[in-house]
Design a protein around this ligand. Structure first.
Ligand code: NAP
Length: 273
């Protein structure tokens, strides 16, 4: 099999060039929100390694500086700024800075999420509910609205939302957060047909339990992880890079016929609405 692929590439160099360029993001400009740690940082790395200029951001300047230094040390083209995605002025600043410093926008990875409350969904206060929906859902939509005209100007682009396995099966104690992640599955499907007219693909990734600070209360607790592992085929916690690569793939031309989809990356946890 490998030998015949090799022969094909030798006798048909165009095939080789084509597959190289399809996976390349050279010349593309990518905004990744909440990208100074965890899955967002891994997505920035994966996009950057494929040649994209990445714009990283999060709330704290010190975290931005650290992420920029790390990506630069890996020879990735990077720009950094603070942005709390829950704030309109910050979202606008992020987009404007990208346009000013990079000259356009091709990719948006909307990755930011918060979960300020653990407990029964019925005990969720209105204030907490609003905060979760504002950061996890509304900002994803409003960021998309901000970038779409600029993507359209460049002939198309890609939007990727970061949902969760909890969007399919609400996790105990994480009711409102889970609902916000289900909303992203719907947002993906609602936007895809409309934005296809602008040659913009809209997809989503739903990670399982990934080893980051955000989920440390899950993967540091052996009892909880034993429960998860019963439903996993691959019986370990995922690494951020195992999500970053999926996000980057969805933004390449290798995924040119995929839109309106959510890719689950859960180690085999079943996902069904
Ligand atoms: P993480 O490692 O804790 O990183 C969170 C990042 O978000 C940090 O860079 C943080 O930096 C930034 N951030 C937090 N609030 C922000 C805000 N309001 N605006 C902008 N940036 C903000 O988290 P993660 O696990 O990678 O989570 C990333 C995404 O994956 C989330 O959407 C989460 O729901 C999803 N997810 C995670 C898992 C998992 O198991 N880890 C599973 C499924 C889905 P600052 O503190 O500087 O703002």
């Amino acid at each position: 099999m490998l030998r015949s692929v090799y022969r094909c590439l030798r006798t048909n160099p165009v095939a080789g060039q084509r597959s190289m360029s399809q996976s390349s993001l050279a010349g593309k400009i990518a905004i990744v929100t909440a990208s100074t740690d965890g899955i967002g940082l891994a997505a920035a790395q994966a996009l950057g390694k494929r040649g994209a200029h990445v714009v990283v951001s999060s709330r704290r300047q010190a975290n931005v500086d650290q992420a920029v230094a790390l990506l630069q040390s890996q020879s990735i083209q990077v720009t950094g700024t603070t942005c709390n995605v829950g704030k309109e002025e910050d979202r606008e600043k992020l987009v404007q800075l990208t346009l000013d410093q990079c000259g356009g926008i091709d990719i948006l990875v909307s990755n930011a999420a918060v979960n300020p409350f653990f407990g029964n969904i019925m005990d969720t206060s209105e204030e907490v509910w609003d905060k979760i929906m504002a950061v996890n859902v509304k900002s994803a939509f409003l960021m998309t609205k901000l970038v779409v005209p600029h993507m359209a100007q460049r002939g198309g682009g890609n939007v990727v939302f970061v949902s969760s396995v909890a969007g399919y099966q609400p996790m105990p104690g994480l009711g409102a957060y889970s609902v916000s992640k289900t909303a992203l599955l719907g947002l993906t499907r609602a936007l895809a047909p409309e934005l296809a007219q602008e040659n913009i693909r809209v997809n989503c990734v739903a990670p399982g339990v990934i080893k980051t600070r955000f989920s440390s209360s899950l993967w540091k607790n052996e009892d909880i992880m034993d429960g998860f592992k019963q439903n996993m085929s691959i019986k370990r916690v995922g690494e951020p890079e195992e999500i970053g690569g999926v996000i980057a793939f969805l933004c390449t031309d290798e995924a040119s016929y995929i839109t309106g989809e959510t890719v689950t990356a859960t180690g085999g946890i079943g996902c069904r609405l």
